[in-house]
Ligand binder design. Structure first.
Ligand code: IPM
Ligand code: MN
Length: 362
């Protein structure tokens, strides 16, 4: 029996709705296994700017440092996206949180679920069986380099140190050892000095992991290979921005961006968040897919070493997919369920194993 305090940062747009369902499912896990999860909600993102003027209030950051884990919904608002001159932006909150907590590795699994194959616009025989794990560097590179602009020019500096590359490379190699023993480094070493350092460091480190086969791909080629032949990938290691871009692309393999969870780990408390954004058009409409948030919560349980609990949660998600309890992003022909119904169904499955509740359609 465990006691865990979880800082919940629902954020903006659909963030609160998907977080609510992830919390519902975690509560079901707690009830089933006798764990005590305490949830503490805090402001981050555009909602925090509205309330306090800052995207990451000190109070939120302090609560995150104290928590056993962090669950995050999504942040972002069109009023900032469409205003390039805005000085304070919701994304600054997320970046500062990642940096302050030293969350240098963002782990993003991508799976082609059999039952969702027809939902992918990609040819099913290309993507069936695809199963990969991205290791995206999260606290360095162009996101965090010196920036500047004047009237006519702007720059974003991209810097990486040996240390920053080595620490995530070790995690990625260790993950590969526990999977199909293949690691692909994605870079742009034919052009970028930082990429040449990545390649050098990864080549050196690979000697310590002789059982892992290493492959090197340029990012432009990787973007193509990802949809041409996704089964070739096992662990994909890459820098911050390439990982951001390629993981959104890879979500097409899973059938929906609303399916992809992530874990950000590093020096202290870990953070769990869906890879999707705040989807402002869907806010409050009960149509957002909560599965990415729920699977992020399952990754949190794995982080707590609650493997049985995490497995049950993943089975419950599979049950929802099998029974076609799906939000509109995945529902084929008109019959869609709401965010809350999908979450409730998954929570029931966690509590009772398989359930035969006939939920009303949305
Ligand atoms: C992500 C998001 C963020 C990123 C944004 C919201 C800053 O796109 O987590 O993938 O670029 O890292
Ligand atoms: Mn992204």
């Amino acid at each position: 029996v465990l006691n865990k305090t979880i800082a919940v940062l629902p954020g903006d747009g659909i963030g609160p709705e998907v977080c609510r369902e992830a919390v519902r499912v975690l509560e079901a896990v707690g009830e089933k296994f006798g764990h005590h999860f305490t949830f503490e909600t805090h402001l981050m993102g555009a909602c925090a700017i509205d309330a306090t003027g800052e995207p990451l209030p000190t109070e939120t950051l302090e609560a995150c440092f104290e928590a056993d884990a962090i669950l995050l919904g999504a942040i972002g608002d069109p009023k900032y996206d469409n205003n390039p001159a805005a000085k304070v932006r919701p994304e600054q909150g997320l970046l500062k949180l990642r940096k302050s907590l030293g969350l240098f590795a963002n782990v993003r699994p991508v799976t082609a679920y059999d039952v969702l194959l027809p939902h992918s616009p990609l040819k099913n025989d290309r993507i069936a069986g695809a199963d990969m794990l991205f290791f995206r560097e999260l606290t360095g590179g162009i996101y965090f380099g010196e920036k500047g602009r004047d009237e006519n020019t702007a720059f974003d500096n991209c810097t990486y140190s040996r240390y920053e590359i080595a620490r995530i490379a070790h995690l990625a190699f260790q993950a590969a050892q526990n999977r199909r023993k293949k690691l692909t480094l994605v870079d742009k070493a034919n052009v970028l000095e930082t990429s040449r350092l990545w390649r050098e460091v990864v080549q050196e480190i690979s000697l310590e992991y002789a059982d892992v086969a290493v492959d090197y791909l340029f990012v432009d080629n990787a973007a193509m290979q990802l949809i041409l032949n996704p089964r070739q990938f096992d662990v994909v290691l890459t820098e911050n921005m390439f990982g951001d871009i390629l993981s959104d692309e890879a979500s097409v393999i899973a059938g929906s961006l609303g399916m992809l969870p992530s874990a950000s780990v590093g020096e202290r408390v870990a953070l769990f968040e869906p890879i999707h954004g705040s989807y402002p058009q869907a806010k409050g409409k009960n149509i957002a897919n909560p599965i990415a948030a729920i699977l992020s919560a399952a990754m949190m349980l794995e982080h707590f070493e609650l493997y049985q609990e995490a497995e049950l949660m993943k089975q419950a998600v599979q049950e929802a997919l099998d029974k076609k309890i799906l939000t509109p992003d995945l529902a084929a022909s008109g019959v869609a369920y709401g965010t809350e119904q999908v979450g409730t169904f998954i929570a029931y499955c966690v509590l009772d194993g398989a359930v035969d509740v006939a939920l009303p359609h949305k």
